[in-house]
Design a protein. Structure first.
Length: 73
């Protein structure tokens, strides 16, 4: 996914019937099963990946950690 993140995010927008991902938080798992945050710009487009401050190996913990790090958007 990291090599094609822009298209993956576009697929999510289309599948969910959204105008954009602006205002949303996103996470991804790499090929080793480690999770990280996906930083989105003001238009909801991919900006960068960021670490969660510790190793996270499951989606629910990753989502909770992103909410802790970024309680408001």
């Amino acid at each position: 996914m990291t090599n094609d993140i822009e298209n993956v995010l576009a697929d999510i927008v289309q599948a969910e019937g959204l105008g954009s991902l602006a205002g949303y938080r996103a996470v991804y798992a790499d090929s080793d099963g480690d999770w990280a945050g996906v930083r989105l710009d003001e238009q909801g487009r991919f900006s960068s990946f960021y670490g969660l401050g510790r190793r996270v190996t499951d989606e629910q913990t990753a989502l909770a950690r992103v909410r802790e790090l970024h309680p408001t958007l």
